[in-house]
Ligand binder design. Structure first.
Ligand code: NDP
Length: 241
């Protein structure tokens, strides 16, 4: 049987491209989402990929949801922690809700989604975990203290988990996308894009969602077993660490 891959936030944007690329590579894919039923139904109808609705910010919902996926498709061997949100604002104006929502969805979700599947991966001696962080977790971004903190946390989590599970056939890696042409980024006015954003990107264009998906397919492959604890920057040359 084909290995089972779960992609959180897998019904839209970068996550949808990851789900489709994994399916095209022969995996059984389950895509999760939060509440946009219309987008999820459209995605499911177009791709044939089953969708599951739960909040990655809730440990209980993640445990139950992942249990259901296992029952439907089989043991989860690949996990892509992709779901994420932004609630931007300068820190001196930031509300507790903006802070807690972003930390919960972007960082606590890694515990909530990974903890229920890691023991099974260890027992079976195989696992692939890819965490979608951000360039802003590497360099920090004005107006995104909450998001930068969460995304930097994703990187620490990746490195610790990689070490803990390296002798169990499990790899844990992070991808840090730069500006990717998702709906959110495409909505930026053309003038702002041309004058303020593209000049920061040496490649002089936005990244495509498929360029992130391609890296995920690479990292989850059987042959990528020696790559663990790494951070892959995919940002058109905008930032290196
Ligand atoms: P989108 O906003 O296009 O999609 C987000 C997905 O996550 C949706 O499927 C959404 O579900 C789901 N989601 C959001 N909150 C929750 C939640 N609480 N529980 C479950 N699912 C949830 O995001 P992008 O494709 O732009 O981003 C994907 C990832 O890549 C994020 O982690 C983001 O931080 C990161 N990233 C994006 C960049 C970019 O340029 N776009 C740059 C760097 C990093 P629903 O459809 O129901 O809302």
């Amino acid at each position: 049987m084909a290995r089972v891959a779960v992609v959180s936030g897998g019904s839209r944007g970068i996550g949808a491209a990851i789900s489709k690329a994994l399916k095209a590579s022969g995996y059984q894919v389950a895509a999760t989402y939060a509440g946009n039923d219309e987008a999820a139904t459209k995605f499911k109808d177009e791709t044939g990929i089953p969708v599951y609705k739960w909040d990655v910010g809730s440990y209980k919902a993640c445990s139950e949801g992942l249990e259901q996926v296992s029952k439907d498709l089989g043991p989860i061997e690949i996990l892509v922690n992709n779901a994420g949100i932004t609630r931007d604002g300068m820190f001196h104006k930031m509300t507790p809700e903006q802070w807690y929502d972003v930390i919960n969805t972007n960082l606590n979700s890694l515990f909530n989604m990974t903890r229920p599947v890691i023991e099974g991966m260890r027992e079976r001696g195989f696992g692939r975990i890819v965490n979608i962080s951000s360039i802003n977790g590497q360099k920090g971004q004005m107006g995104q203290a909450n998001y930068s903190a969460a995304k930097a946390g994703d990187l620490g989590f990746t490195k610790a988990l990689a070490q803990e599970n390296a002798n169990k056939g499990i790899t844990v890696n992070a991808i840090c996308p730069g500006y990717i042409a998702t709906e959110m980024v495409k909505a930026i006015p053309q003038e702002v894009l041309e004058k303020a954003i593209l000049p920061q990107i040496p490649v002089r264009r936005l990244g495509e969602v498929e360029e992130i998906a391609r890296a995920v397919v690479f990292l989850v492959a059987e042959e990528a077993g020696f790559i663990t604890g790494s951070t892959l920057s995919i940002n058109g040359g905008q930032y290196f660490i």
